[in-house]
Write a protein that binds this ligand. Structure first.
Ligand SMILES: NC(=O)c1ccc[n+]([C@@H]2O[C@H](COP(=O)([O-])OP(=O)(O)OC[C@H]3O[C@@H](n4cnc5c(N)ncnc54)[C@H](OP(=O)(O)O)[C@@H]3O)[C@@H](O)[C@H]2O)c1
Length: 319
């Protein structure tokens, strides 16, 4: 089969297309014929040698969508020909930038029939992240005020939709007018420029001075003090980044604010979350914006573009 691989760590141009052996599924795995896979920031970090320690050569890609080709002996929930999407591939065993991937069944769910491969692939990891952050960790409720930094990103644009569907009032930030317009269409009540010098005041104005109940933050080193300014008493900050900047703790104490880091590696079982996302897809309450689709041969460009940013949603690679 054809697969994108890198044989050494480095810039995007270490990605190349190789002919490799098709994987064989273990008893608890499914062999998926991959029709689309998405680009996630962590893929770039793995490739650059800045995160994790994967055996080389490595096939990138942690999520995707396609047909079930074969099921392992212990797998009962799927059969060949099923349309599926997946999230949270263990990259040590090979990723999804390949014509086939052997995936633990607990990371796979049925993809509704009218959802495209590219949308299914785009939702996998970022959808699971947004859902886990807002529904499982934050437990957002109808009427809550939720601030989503970087709402145009992969995680952000799904978080906007998930929070809006829960009945929350969504305040999202983005860097361009076009992105802000798109976020309004996706359900944000208030959209703000992340570059604004008056961002904290604008968030407080949007909440009539009350502040937000939940913040979803992916750049804590930049936003922690703003978060503490705009979060309401008893509010919470969910952070998708590993580093928590030093503070003297006083602002947390004064407002009884909690901070909750999220590391998706600690949530390896993805099917229940993917099933919830599939339900929203069927209800037309959720979609993924696919900003651009690349081929295996141009996967390196996708790895460059995710760092450049400036688009809404996700970049996807197809065989
Ligand atoms: N902890 C975990 O398990 C976990 C899981 C998933 C993701 N993550 C992390 O979460 C972060 C977001 O992931 P993602 O997949 O959504 O990445 P992404 O698709 O690349 O989105 C990043 C977003 O951040 C925006 N941004 C850039 N500068 C900003 C600023 N100054 N203020 C606010 N937003 C800004 C970008 O906007 P522009 O396009 O305008 O630049 C873009 O929309 C990444 O760091 C990722 O590694 C962690």
């Amino acid at each position: 089969m054809r697969a994108v691989r890198y044989h050494e760590h480095g810039d995007a141009d270490v990605l190349q297309v190789d002919d490799v052996e098709r994987p064989t599924p273990d008893r608890d795995e499914i062999l998926v014929e991959i029709r689309a896979a998405s680009v996630n920031r962590v893929d770039v970090l793995f490739r650059a040698g800045q995160y994790g320690d994967l055996p080389l050569p490595t096939i990138p890609g942690g999520d995707g969508a396609g047909f079930v080709e074969e099921v392992g002996a212990d797998v009962e929930e799927f059969e060949p020909g099923d349309r599926v999407f997946l999230s949270g591939m263990d990259r040590a065993d090979g990723g999804t930038f390949a014509e086939y991937a052997a995936v633990p069944a607990e990371k796979v769910a049925h993809l509704p029939g009218d959802v495209s491969w590219t949308v299914g692939a785009a939702i996998g990891n970022v959808g699971a992240t947004a859902w886990t952050a807002l529904e499982e960790l934050a437990g957002i409720q109808a009427g809550d005020r939720v601030l989503i930094h970087g709402g145009s990103g992969g995680v952000g644009h799904l978080a906007v939709q998930i929070a809006a569907h829960s009945g929350a009032e969504v305040i999202a930030t983005a860097g361009t007018d076009a992105a802000r317009d798109r976020l309004r269409d996706l359900g944000a009540t208030t959209v703000l420029d992340y570059d604004s010098d008056a961002l904290a005041d604008e968030i407080l104005t949007a909440t009539d001075g009350a502040g937000v109940d939940t913040v979803l933050d992916h750049r804590l080193e930049e936003y922690l003090s703003l978060d503490l300014e705009v979060v309401a008493e008893g509010g919470q900050i969910i952070s998708t980044m590993g580093h928590i900047p030093e503070t003297n703790g006083r602002p947390f104490y004064n407002k009884e604010v909690s901070i909750r880091p999220l590391k998706m590696d600690n949530h390896p079982v993805r099917r229940p979350v993917l099933d919830r996302l599939a339900r929203l897809l069927r209800q037309d309450a959720l979609t993924a914006v696919v900003a651009e689709t690349y081929s295996f041969d141009t996967a390196a460009r996708a790895h460059q573009e995710i760092l450049a940013g400036g688009y809404v949603g996700k970049l996807v690679v197809t065989p």
